[in-house]
Design a protein around this ligand. Structure first.
Ligand code: MOS
Length: 763
């Protein structure tokens, strides 16, 4: 009899001294039967058949279509509004403006408190004030989308315009934000400025990154029906619970009256949360007494959904002749609005990555008139690693040292800013494995390798992203008399394979085949608060599954009672085996789940579990690490950069599902290539208006821009993370822009310190 339970060496972790696990291993730990196997997404087949219904595809009886009229100024007042032509246009049901919109509360913004999940807190269509260029000034409902679009064009708006604040004009009034993602804004060890002034070798440079917009394949869309006291919503979101609570707050109704579903999300990357269009659609449904479908146009997404803010970063490093850092300084500015709290935390990597005698990180924000900036894949680390890892490359050049060697010489043995121990850090291994796979060779002089009119170069950079496990994780686990399990949880799956991964984890814990597990998610009425964000969801759910499973096993043992081979055992005495439980001390003593339920006369058994609080996060420094390598060719005539090859080598704890994880890492790298070479929102400085709100003018990588990408990982389980995993959603984008810019330097001898690296910066 083969024991399928968690005693294999890769499962039971070595705990740091003095640490008691709160959510980690237990005798019902995971086997490696499914975890680690490349399992295809279970919703893949229906996805390619177009059978997965997205939020804007749900049909409701008597449904009408919405169109939005956007403001053409960034700051000022509406002085006149004429809706007569729109109201009398064919098929029009309602024109909603600030004059007839229901009274609503501001939406609690992300980071305003633990549950805020809106982009910003600017009042939504409550008065004649304009807060950004593109804000909604009218919503038109009509029987068809075309009628609504046409009527929206008939709304006549007159404005009194004031000059908008821009990054350049408002920088003199920069302020210190209250916090950076709830972390202190400043970190300091020793006296970094003095140490820099006395350093034998130093770099001190400024790096710029642009504003970027979200371009998920699925446009932001929802279908909503407000009837009586209830609001039924199908919306695209990264957190059903927080989304429902935030909508309820804005609409002034009890959260239990919002019935929110978000089964399929067509990409999100940080951009699918509560934005004004969701509130407006619900309000319009209430006024019209009809269900409303609102699908933003691509342009509409640029106007109403915030993206990654621009940054101006200073990185200064002082080093001795051996390359040891005597000082590391990372400071700078990013834009924000007066109604949101997302201060892009680009200084986070410098706090955790390198040993240094003296350290200083600090940030300021500049209030400008734009749609509230928000999250975009690895907010902070994506652009912060561009500056930090470019500066390290610059220092390596001035020291005449291989850039990998320079990084390895500054590998810390505990967290440089907090002094806390690392839970698990295999960054050096990631560098070694990556360098071997890439066949890295130190370059001496830049600009010397040439192939016809192409200059050839290679570059590398560190990748990193913090581990997160959020409080509030809970799950409901039900076992039926056929021995099948159903897991219910308020999680979101935006395409990365959450459902599949949690099927694997649950099936392994229960020693069931994959097909015997159903995962129900994407509905705010299910238990638990989760966010498909901060690369946190897999482990936050795993903590909840562990808790629910332990409770379920306790109840099973109580049901089994006298006469069962398991009689007298408690949850820590048993393991899962072949669709049942056995005594750890004597696996011959076994009883199937079905038999336990049958003998107790039960159809099913349900248990709810709440994950342990994430105390590990405050006691340890828990991060993922990586090394990114790339080879580029830069055309000596046109300045065009082509990326030839990328290797990403990662240390991100245990990999649950290599197929979906590789896709996440590769997708992150591809988005990193966009950050490096293509993506840039162009804003008109006078009007605050986005000038390139379309995929024809705002460029993201297409197939021809994506080279061969190898991803590899070390697969060391993190002893402090449930199931040993640290999340893979975001680390892939980090380090990529620096690796590309460093490779461009190696090819051309030109150091580009402003993203994206476009050809005008190279000729
Ligand atoms: Mo991610 S930017 O936390 O969705």
């Amino acid at each position: 009899m083969k024991i399928i339970r968690g005693t294999s060496t890769s499962v039971v972790p070595v705990l740091p001294e003095g640490w008691t696990p709160t959510a980690g291993a237990d005798p019902l730990g995971e086997s490696n039967r499914l975890i680690g196997a490349p399992v295809s997404r279970q919703d893949g087949r229906t996805a390619v058949r177009g059978e997965n219904l997205f939020a804007g595809e749900h049909r409701m009886d008597r449904m009408v279509y919405a169109a939005i009229r956007h403001s053409t100024i960034a700051r000022g007042l509406i002085t006149d509004l004429d809706v007569t032509a729109a109201e009398t246009a064919h098929g029009v049901i309602l024109v909603m403006t600030y004059r007839n919109a229901p009274r609503m509360q501001p939406t609690p913004a992300v980071f305003s408190g633990p549950t805020g999940f809106a982009g910003g807190e600017a009042p939504i269509m409550q008065d004649n004030t304009i807060h950004w260029n593109g804000e909604a000034v009218a919503v038109v409902l009509a029987e068809t989308q075309e009628q609504a679009d046409y009527a929206a064009s008939l709304v006549a708006v007159t404005y009194q315009e004031s000059a908008p604040r821009t990054f350049i004009t408002a920088k003199a009034h920069a302020r210190t934000p209250d916090h950076l993602f709830f972390q202190p804004v400043r970190s300091s060890v020793g006296d970094a400025e003095t140490a820099l002034a006395h350093a034998r070798h130093a770099v001190d440079e400024t790096y710029l990154t642009p504003y970027q917009n979200h371009n998920a394949i699925e446009l932001h869309a929802l279908t909503v029906d407000w009837t009586g006291d209830n609001v039924v919503v199908c919306d695209a979101t990264q957190s059903v619970k927080l989304h429902a609570a935030t909508m309820a707050h804005a609409l002034g109704i009890d959260p239990n009256r919002i019935h929110l579903q978000s089964s399929y999300v067509g990409g999100a990357f940080g951009g699918k949360m509560v934005w004004s269009h969701s509130i407006l659609a619900a309000a319009a449904s209430r006024l019209a007494g009809r269900p409303v479908r609102l699908t933003l146009s691509r342009k509409g997404v640029y106007r109403l959904v915030g993206g990654r803010t621009n940054t101006e970063q200073r990185v200064a490093i002082g080093a001795d002749s051996d390359g040891h850092f005597t000082s590391l300084i990372h400071t700078g500015f990013s834009s924000i609005t007066p109604t949101n709290y997302v201060a892009e935390p680009f200084t986070f990597p410098a706090r955790h990555m390198y040993a240094t005698d003296n350290l200083l990180t600090d940030q300021r924000v500049v209030d400008i008139d734009m749609v509230a900036n928000a999250f975009m894949r690895a907010p902070g680390e994506a652009v912060g690693t561009f500056a930090l890892e470019s500066a390290i490359d610059e220092l390596a050049v001035s020291l005449g040292m291989d850039p990998i060697e320079l990084r390895l010489r500054n590998e810390p043995d505990r967290d440089p800013s907090s002094g806390k121990p690392f839970s698990s850090r295999h960054h050096v291994e990631a560098w070694r494995r990556g360098a071997e796979r890439f066949r890295w060779e130190p370059t001496s002089q830049p600009g010397l390798r040439r192939d016809g009119e192409w200059l050839v170069g290679t570059g590398c950079a560190s990748a990193t992203y913090p581990h997160q496990r959020f409080p509030g994780g809970a799950a409901r686990l039900t076992l039926d008399r056929d021995g099948c399990a159903t897991l219910e949880l308020a999680a979101s799956d935006m395409g990365m394979g959450t459902r599949t991964t949690q099927m694997m984890i649950t099936a392994d814990r229960m020693a069931l085949p994959l097909e015997a597990v159903t995962v129900l998610y994407g509905d705010a009425s299910y238990p638990g608060t989760f966010q498909a964000g901060a690369s946190s969801q897999t482990v936050t759910i795993a903590g909840a599954v562990i808790a629910a499973h332990r409770n379920l096993v306790s109840e099973l043992l109580a049901l089994a009672g006298e006469g069962s081979p398991l009689s007298g055992a408690n949850v820590d005495d048993v393991g899962a085996l072949d669709g049942g439980l056995c005594l750890l001390a004597n696996p011959e003593k076994w009883q199937s789940y079905a038999s336990i339920l049958r003998r107790a006369g039960r159809d099913h058994l349900t248990a709810v579990g709440v994950a342990a609080t994430p105390d590990e996060l405050s006691a340890y420094s828990i991060h993922s690490y990586g090394a990114v390598f790339c080879a580029v060719r830069v055309n000596a005539v046109t300045g065009e950069t082509r990326v030839e090859r990328v290797v990403g080598s990662y240390d991100c704890g245990r990999i649950i599902n290599p197929r979906t994880a590789a896709s996440q890492l590769r997708g992150g790298i591809i988005m990193g290539l966009g950050l490096a070479l293509l993506e840039e929102t162009v804003v008109d400085k006078r009007s605050g208006r986005i000038l390139n709100p379309s995929l024809s003018d705002y460029h993201v990588p297409v197939h021809l821009d994506v080279p061969q990408i190898d991803v590899l990982w070390s697969d060391h389980p993190d002893p402090l993370a449930p199931v040993g995993a640290r999340g893979v959603g975001e680390i892939g984008i980090t380090g990529v822009a620096a690796a590309v810019a460093n490779a461009v330097y190696s090819a051309t001898g030109r150091r580009v310190r402003e993203l994206p690296v476009t050809l005008d910066k190279l000729i």
